[in-house]
Ligand binder design. Structure first.
Ligand code: 26W
Length: 820
C-alpha cells in the first residue's frame, strides 16, 4: 500500500532537487554551486524533515481528535545515532534522494557521513529506548518518548599514546540539529528545595513553596515509522533560568551574581552522566531526574485534561513506562499533584498512580540499584520525601497485616534502608508504585523474581511480575547497516522488504536456501565485502591495515568487569603464546583471526580503564610480531558509537557475549550480531533456543553454580597455579612485563588472583576450549555459512516489533492507530 503504483519516481526526484536547492538558498543562505558536504547534508536533512513534519502533524492531530489511550516511555537515555539514513529508508525515499543529490553533484554516502550521532545514552538501556521508538512508530502505536536534551552526550573516547582512555566533550549540537523543533511555547516551571508544610486539616495535603524555580522547555524530535504515515514524537526537555538574570544584581554592579542563577539552571541538562550500572548519589543527577519527570508529567497531565475526563479516568488514557528506576520520582510527583493540586483523597490518588506506571528492571547487579540519601532528598525535594514516608508507612502496615510479627521482612522491604545516611530504595518504590514489573529476558526476569524482588513477589503475588525479552529494530540493524544482505533477502524470498522488515518471522523462509550453493556464495560474498568496508574504515581513520582473509571476532559493549573483556584479552594472550610455540607446519593449519574490541569505560572506573590499557598494549606487541602477525591481529577501536556499530556488526564472523552467568540482564548486541555467539547469560539462552544450540558456542558455569563458586573463592580459595595453570601462566607473563608496564596491570590481575568475583579462573579453560571449537567450525566454510544463514533466519523473535507489541497488549493496553 505504501509503495503504491501512483508514486512517480521521476517526479519525486525532481521535487527533491527543488526542495534541496530551495533549502540551500533560503534556510542556509548559501549558493548551491560552492556547497560543501556538510552544507549538502544540512539541506538534505531539512528537505527530508519537511516530509516528516507533514506526517508528524497529521499523527498528532489524529491522536488529539480520537483521544486513544497513549503510552509514554520515560527514559533518561535515548541513544539514537544518526537520523538521515533511517528517515530516508523509513519514508521509502532513499533511492530518490540518492539520485537527486547525485544530479546536484553529491554522493549520498558522503552526505550521510556528515551527520553527528545523537549519543544521549551510555549503552544497552539507551539504545533499547531508541529501538522501541522506531518500533512503536512502525507498528502505528501511540507512544511518545520523554527524555532530556543534554547539551553534551556521552563523551568522546580518545586513546593516549600509553593506551589510556581520555575523555573529551561531545558537542553534538555545535552544527545545529535539523531533527529537533524548539517548542518555546511548551514550558513548565519546576521547583527545587524550599519548604513543605502539611496543612494539618485532616487531609493529606501540604504546600510546597520557596526554593529555586527553573523552566523546562520542550524540544521535539520526529520519530518516523517504517512505511507508514505514523510519525511519533520524542520530547526532550532543556533547562532554562526562569528569569534571564537577576537585574538587581546586574544594576548593582554584581555581574557574576547576575548570571549565577542562570548558570545553575542551565547546568541541569548540560551533560549526560557517563556512568553505566553505578550511581554516585550526586545532587545534579537527582535534579535531572526530578526536572525531567516533573516536566513530563505536567505535559502528560495537560494533554489529558484537554480530553475533559474526570481525573479518576487518567489510567484509562495514560500508561507510563519507567525505563529502569531513573524516573521513579514520577510516582511521588504524581501523588503530589493529585493530592496537593487536585485535592484527591490518598486512596484515590494511590489507585490512579498504581494503575498508570509500569516498571522495567534492567539489571540485578546490587551496585547498580539506585538509592538516594534521605538527607539529600529532604533538602532537594522536601514534599516528595514526606510522600515517600507516607507511602512507606501504609505499605509496611499492609505487609505487617499479611505477615504479622515478621520484623525482618519489614526491614528488608522498607523503602528506607537504615544506615548512615538512610537511603531511599528506588527499585522498591518503582515496584510498589507500578501496575506491573518486568525484566528484559526470561533468565533475568526469573532472577528478578527470585532475588532482588523476592519479598515483593510473596507479598503482591506473582502475576504482577512478568518478562518482555528485549528486541532490536531490523530497520537499522539489518536494512540500514547491511543493505546488500537486505536486498539479497528480498530477492531470494521474492518478498518486498516492506513486508519482512515489519514481520521478521518471515526470515524463516530462508532456511531451505541453506542448501542452495549459489545463495550461500552470495551470502559469504556480502560478508566479505562488509569486512572490506570495515577494513577500509579502519585504514582511513586509524591507519591500520587489516587482514580481511581472517575470521573477524568482536566484543563491542561498555567496559565492565562483569562483561569480562578481561577474559577475552587474556584468551588473546593465551592464543599468542600458543602460536609462538608452534612449528611452521603447525601454524599452516591455523586459521587467522582478527580480534576487535570497542567500548567506553566510565571515567572513574579504574579497573575498566586498565583493561583498555592492557588491550591497547597487547595489540602493540602482537601486531608487530613477525612470528604471529599473519595469524593474529588485535585492535581496540576508539570511540564506540551507534555509527561504528553499524560498520562493525555486519563485518563480524563471531561476537563474544561472555559475561559471568546471571549478570547480563539481556544484552542486545548479541541479537545484532545475529551469528554465532557465546555463553549462558541474559537473552543468549533464548537466542540459542531459537537458532539451535549447534549455531552458538556455549561454555562455562551456569547461573545456579555462581553463588557456590563465589563462596568457595571466599572461604576455600585455591591458588590459580593449581586451579588453572594456563591462566596462571598468562597472568605471570603480563606481570613480568611482556607487554611493557611491568607493574601497571597488577591491580587488574589481582582482581582475578584475589576474590575473582566474576569467576575467570573457573571459566578460563572451557572458554579456551570453546574458542578452539569455533576455529574448528570455521574451517568448514560451507557449514559455517549455513550456521550464519540459519541464525539470521531464526531471529524473528528478537525484533523490537515483537517486544513493543507485548508491552502494548499485555502492559499498556493501547491499540494501533491508522493515520489516514
Ligand atoms: C544509575 C546508574 C545506572 C545507569 C544505568 C544503573 C543502571 C543503568 C542501566 C540499567 C544499565 C543498562 O544499560 N543495563 C542494560 O540494559 C540493557 C537493555 O535492557 C540490557 O540488554 C543489558 O543486559 C543491561 O546491562
Amino acid at each position: 500500500v505504501w509503495k503504491d503504483a501512483m508514486r512517480d519516481v521521476d517526479t519525486e526526484v525532481t521535487s527533491i532537487t527543488k526542495s534541496f536547492v530551495n533549502h540551500v538558498q533560503t534556510s542556509l543562505a548559501r549558493q548551491p554551486y560552492n556547497l560543501d558536504n556538510l552544507g549538502a547534508y544540512q539541506a538534505a536533512a531539512l528537505s527530508v524533515r519537511d516530509n516528516l513534519l507533514v506526517n508528524w502533524n497529521e499523527t498528532a492531530l489524529q491522536y488529539t481528535r480520537k483521544a486513544p489511550k497513549r503510552a509514554y516511555y520515560l527514559s533518561l537515555e535515548f541513544l539514537m545515532g544518526r537520523t538521515l539514513d533511517n528517515a530516508l529508508l523509513n519514508l521509502g525515499l532513499k533511492d530518490q534522494y540518492s539520485e537527486g543529490v547525485k544530479k546536484l553533484g553529491f554522493s549520498v554516502e558522503d552526505i550521510l557521513d556528515q551527520e553527528r550521532d545523537a549519543a544521549l545514552g551510555n549503552g544497552g538501556l539507551g539504545r533499547l529506548a531508541a529501538c522501541y521508538l522506531d518500533s512503536s512508530a512502525s507498528q502505528e502505536l501511540p507512544v511518545w518518548g520523554y527524555g532530556l536534551r543534554y547539551k553534551y552526550g556521552i563523551f568522546q573516547q580518545l586513546i593516549s599514546p600509553a593506551g589510556d582512555q581520555l575523555e573529551a566533550p561531545d558537542p553534538w549540537l555545535d552544527n545545529q540539529n535539523p531533527w529537533e523543533l524548539p517548542r518555546l511555547d511548551v514550558s513548565y516551571e519546576i521547583r527545587f528545595y524550599g519548604q513543605a508544610e502539611r496543612l494539618g486539616d485532616g487531609t493529606p495535603r501540604a504546600t510546597w513553596s520557596g526554593g529555586q524555580e527553573v523552566l523546562a522547555v520542550a524540544y521535539d524530535v520526529m520519530i518516523p515509522g517504517c512505511y507508514t504515515k505514523t510519525t511519533n514524537n520524542l520530547r526532550l526537555w532543556e533547562s532554562k533560568p526562569k528569569r534571564g538574570f537577576d537585574l538587581n544584581s546586574f544594576n548593582a554592579g554584581n555581574y557574576e551574581g547576575a548570571v549565577e542563577a542562570s548558570n545553575s539552571a542551565a547546568a541541569i541538562t548540560s551533560v549526560l552522566y557517563p556512568n553505566d550500572h553505578t550511581t554516585f548519589g550526586k545532587e545534579l543527577r537527582l535534579k535531572q531526574q526530578y526536572f525531567w519527570t516533573a516536566a513530563s508529567l505536567a505535559d502528560i497531565l495537560r494533554r489529558f485534561k484537554n480530553i475533559g475526563k474526570p481525573i479518576t479516568e487518567f489510567p484509562d488514557y495514560v500508561a507510563i513506562q519507567l525505563n529502569d528506576t531513573h524516573p521513579t520520582l514520577a510516582i511521588p510527583e504524581l501523588m503530589r499533584i493529585l493530592i496537593d493540586e487536585e485535592d484527591q483523597p490518598w486512596s484515590t490518588a494511590w489507585q490512579i498512580v498504581t494503575n498508570t506506571f509500569f516498571y522495567t528492571n534492567h539489571t540485578v547487579l546490587p551496585e547498580a540499584l539506585e538509592k538516594w540519601p534521605v538527607p539529600l532528598m529532604e533538602h532537594l525535594l522536601p514534599r516528595h520525601m514526606q510522600i515517600i514516608y507516607d507511602i512507606n508507612l501504609l505499605f509496611l502496615q499492609s505487609v505487617e497485616k499479611k505477615f504479622p510479627g515478621d520484623r525482618d521482612r519489614l526491614g528488608r522491604m522498607s523503602l528506607i534502608e537504615e544506615g548512615f545516611p538512610k537511603q531511599v530504595r528506588m527499585a522498591y518504590l518503582a515496584c510498589i508504585g507500578s501496575r506491573k514489573v518486568n525484566g528484559v529476558a526470561e533468565l533475568h526476569s526469573d532472577l528478578v523474581k527470585t532475588t532482588i524482588l523476592k519479598d515483593f513477589v510473596e507479598f503482591e503475588g506473582i502475576s504482577k511480575f512478568g518478562n518482555v525479552t528485549n528486541g532490536i529494530t531490523p530497520r537499522r540493524w539489518l536494512d540500514q547497516c547491511n543493505p546488500e544482505l537486505s536486498s539479497l533477502i528480498s530477492s531470494t524470498l521474492k518478498v518486498d522488504k516492506a513486508v519482512w522488515l515489519k514481520d521478521l518471522t518471515r526470515l524463516e523462509a530462508l532456511l531451505p536456501f541453506t542448501e542452495d550453493e549459489a545463495f550461500r556464495k552470495e551470502w559469504a560474498a556480502i560478508k566479505q565485502r562488509n569486512k572490506e568496508r570495515l577494513a577500509h574504515h579502519v585504514q582511513t581513520t586509524l591507519g591500520f591495515t587489516i587482514n580481511t582473509n581472517a575470521m573477524f571476532d568482536v566484543q563491542i559493549k561498555r567496559l565492565h568487569e562483569y562483561k569480562r573483556q578481561t577474559l577475552n584479552i587474556l584468551g588473546v594472550i593465551h592464543r599468542y603464546l600458543t602460536l609462538k610455540n608452534m612449528s611452521a607446519a603447525e601454524k599452516k593449519k591455523v586459521n587467522p583471526r582478527v580480534v576487535f574490541f570497542a567500548g567506553k569505560a566510565a571515567p572513574a572506573y579504574y579497573i575498566a580503564k586498565l583493561t583498555i590499557r592492557l588491550i591497547v598494549n597487547v595489540a602493540r606487541i602482537i601486531n608487530e610480531d613477525p612470528d604471529t602477525k599473519d595469524l593474529l591481529q588485535l585492535y581496540f577501536l576508539p570511540d564506540y558509537s551507534v555509527s561504528l556499530a553499524e560498520v562493525l556488526i555486519p563485518a563480524s564472523d563471531i561476537s563474544q557475549h561472555i559475561s559471568t552467568a546471571g549478570t547480563e540482564a539481556s544484552g542486545t548486541s548479541n541479537m545484532k550480531c545475529s551469528l554465532t555467539r557465546m555463553l549462558v547469560d541474559g537473552a543468549n539462552i533464548e537466542i540459542a533456543e531459537e537458532v539451535g544450540e549447534s549455531n552458538v558456542f556455549f561454555f562455562g558455569h551456569l547461573t545456579p553454580a555462581v553463588e557456590d563458586l563465589r563462596y568457595q573463592h571466599t572461604y576455600h580459595p585455591t591458588p590459580i597455579e593449581e586451579k588453572c595453570p594456563a591462566l596462571a601462566n598468562v597472568l605471570n607473563q603480563v606481570s613480568a612485563g611482556l607487554f611493557g608496564d611491568a607493574h601497571v596491570y597488577e591491580p587488574l590481575l589481582n582482581t582475578i588472583r584475589q576474590g575473582d568475583h566474576y569467576l575467570l579462573s573457573d571459566d578460563f579453560d572451557s572458554y579456551i576450549a570453546a574458542l578452539a571449537m569455533v576455529d574448528e567450525a570455521y574451517l568448514d566454510q560451507t557449514e559455517w555459512v549455513k550456521k550464519s544463514i540459519r541464525t539470521t533466519a531464526k531471529m524473528g523473535k528478537f525484533s523490537s516489533d515483537r517486544a513493543i507489541n507485548e508491552y502494548a497488549e499485555s502492559y499498556w493496553n493501547i491499540e494501533a492507530q491508522k493515520i489516514a
